[in-house]
Design a protein around this ligand. Structure first.
Ligand SMILES: [Zn+2]
Length: 154
């Protein structure tokens, strides 16, 4: 098991991608999705999402349309989260964004707030987890710069 998190580049919004194979839209969270009506089957949506993912792999100069990617092992990630969890209340934004079960996107505005807390956390973090912290900080920075969300999966 690993942790996967990435920030999409802004090439789609800036008109710098090839044409998508199906109509796409950017949802309220900043996630690029196929445009589909409410009456469309999940199976069809899955297929459209697959086509969008395939397109994104080579749609622009950034591999997978990704500016920043974090791939860690679960062990590192869980230790990192424990650091935040063990000091309940000190990092409210990081708690909300990283410890909420099923939370899969961090919006650019929240990423900006999280960055402020990350800077403080970086100072307090034992060196053993500092590497994870640097990667997470890079994700939040990219999100703020690109104005696209961080997408998490674990
Ligand atoms: Zn790009």
């Amino acid at each position: 098991m690993s942790v996967d998190a990435w920030v999409r580049c802004r090439c789609y919004e800036d008109g710098k991608t090839s044409a998508p194979p199906v109509p796409v839209t950017v949802d309220a969270d900043g996630v690029l999705r196929p445009q589909a009506g409410d009456d469309v089957d999940q199976e069809v949506i899955d297929e459209l999402e697959e086509r969008v993912d395939q397109w994104l792999a080579t749609a622009c100069e950034h591999r997978g349309a990704a500016i920043s990617v974090y791939l860690g092992t679960n062990a590192e990630w869980i230790e990192f989260l424990r650091q935040i969890e063990s000091q309940r209340g000190r990092y409210p934004v990081l708690e909300r964004e990283l410890l909420t079960l099923g939370h899969v996107t961090t919006a650019p505005a929240a990423a900006g707030e999280a960055l402020t807390e990350m800077k403080r956390l970086g100072v307090e973090m034992p060196p053993r987890w500092a590497e994870v912290a640097v990667d997470v900080e890079r994700l939040f920075s990219s999100s703020v710069r690109e104005r696209t969300p961080v997408l998490w999966s674990w």
